[in-house]
Design a binder for this molecule. Sequence first.
Ligand SMILES: Nc1ncnc2c1ncn2[C@@H]1O[C@H](COP(=O)(O)OP(=O)(O)OP(=O)(O)O)[C@@H](O)[C@H]1O
Ligand code: SF4
Ligand SMILES: [Mg+2]
Length: 373
Amino acid sequence: MSGVSPIEPGASPSGARPAAVSSRPALAAEGLVKHFPIRTGVFGRANAHVRAVDGVSFEVGAGRTFAIVGESGCGKSTVARLLLRLIEPDAGRIALDGEDLRAAEGAVLRRLRGRIQLVFQDPYGSLNPRMTAGDMLAEPLMLHGTAEASARGARVSELLSQVGLRADAARRYPHEFSGGQRQRLAIARALAAGPRVIVCDEPVSALDVSIQAQILNLLADLQRRLGLAYVFISHDLAVVRQIATDIGVMYLGRFVETGPAATVFATPRHPYTRALLSAVPVPDPAARGREPAIGGDVPSPLEPPPGCAFHTRCPHADARCRAETPPLAPTGEGDGVALACWRWREIAPPASARAARTRPDPALARLQAAFAR
Ligand SMILES: Nc1ncnc2c1ncn2[C@@H]1O[C@H](COP(=O)(O)OP(=O)(O)OP(=O)(O)O)[C@@H](O)[C@H]1O
Ligand code: SF4
Ligand SMILES: [Mg+2]
């Protein structure tokens, strides 16, 4: 099954990991809400709220990558900070392998914090410039108790090797590494805590394209070897296309389309997803929904538009769109996709046309089989 699916209110998240290991997803988020108060005036009263995250649910299984995409300011990093409990949600639930992260305190919280780690866009933000790489890797080993004191040196060397750095890198300081090497070190530091889930917030956005590919390959390789679950945040759909197994397209604090990445990329149905994808170069332009590039700016999350928040930019908006908020609901086509749009059936290409596009041409399949022999 897909590693991600919207969690119906009140329902428990269903499992995405192999049953022999656990029937629960590595990470499940349910109904996350974060509204930041804006305080003004002499008494500093909150007279407005930025609705940064407004009811986000998803789950991701071991060995899978759930990508969160959307324009700047739509709430991606806020979701990341909520998942790590760097900020507290106003509502919602976060479970790691079925354990409630929000309810955890003290030693339990410390243990669970090791299970979910964050890799940022700018590794400088997470690497202490006054510590050597070796000390930086030894610190989480000690903090999370993932290696005995006598085994720490060997584990540091192993971590460096796992991310493609030489053992002598342990003696170097962050400024002595290149940008790509620093991101490798940040990944090693995340691994040192023994995580099951890594949240990557724009992890390759600051890197040259050739280095981006190396880091994406490293992440994919580590995932295969260690069965890690990734939440991969990016505004770059070309990067997401390479790494995601599942995807959530976010607009003004909510998902508007979720589902298996291959299906969403091949047959985007929400007008926002179609508009986002129309800006991405793909080998077969006929394989994505044709939609004009989106005009206008994202409305302020201080005062999101009523009804469907996308209606101010959507070429298909009608009176109902302006008045009623569409819920994120499964398509009912058994494809694992959920959409928040009143009109997707009317405006998306018919299912028969989509099926024809995604089903391999029998003549082509025979030809490919002949080449494969
Ligand atoms: N501490 C805060 N106080 C008030 N508003 C905040 C705070 N943190 C984030 N916001 C606002 O919440 C909204 C979502 O921000 P967030 O950083 O999650 O967006 P993002 O999708 O990660 O954007 P980007 O792609 O630019 O990184 C934005 O309007 C932002 O200004
Ligand atoms: S609900 Fe209406 S405004 Fe919103 S995306 Fe669908 S068609 Fe456009
Ligand atoms: Mg961000």
